[in-house]
Design a binder for this molecule. Sequence first.
Ligand code: MD3
Ligand code: FE
Length: 226
Amino acid sequence: MPPRAPGGIALVPGLIHYPAYLDRAAQERLAREVAALVAASPLYTPRMPRTGKPFSVRMSNGGSLGWVSDAGGYRYQPHHPETGAPWPPIPATALAAWEALGAYPAPPEACLVNLYDATARMGLHQDRDEADLAAPVLSLSLGATALFRYGGLRRGDPTLSVRLRSGDALVMGGPARLIHHGIDRLLPDAPDLLGDAGGALGFPPPGTRCNLTLRRVNPPATTGDA
Ligand code: MD3
Ligand code: FE
């Protein structure tokens, strides 16, 4: 299926929203791929550095590196923190979206899988654990709708919100790469695009939202290592 890249909406310079980027068939394909990923590499509950307080979001990863958080801190590492196994490959449908939208000449190293239930949220933060800040971050949403909040480079900057629905893509690069952002909550929206199919598939579970974020962690070799 040809990727669809044209109609992105710049929420702010560098933060581009592609509503319904994945059509229904592509969402179902990605949902099957992520179901297989979490079967091999189970969702776990990350903990805050120092305090050890559990996140409300559960996580897994694909790729050569995965983002993890525990009492020791935030970091990228090549293996699952509980099973010790290497992370599975990044789902093919997500890689295709990176190639179509990522506008970066090297493949992503990390695919963080976040699963939100009705009570989960992610506080306002910056993504800055990556050595390569020249590369964009790509987000893909599946399942229930979420209220995404984004601000500016300073924590106190004013914020705006946008709904992220199943199939939406979001690309954060350039001047938006270090903006503050978070997920306020899931919305009891109209049945999401995956809706019943998600239920039939079993992933993401009904009423939950799965977000994938694809990231480059380390700068590519100067020749480009794609
Ligand atoms: C803007 N995830 O995993 S995706 C994260 O929906 C994270 O699970 C949220 O923030 C989620 O770090 C938001 C959208 C997103 C991801 C990364 C960004 C927006 C971003 C990096 C820089 C700026
Ligand atoms: Fe983030």
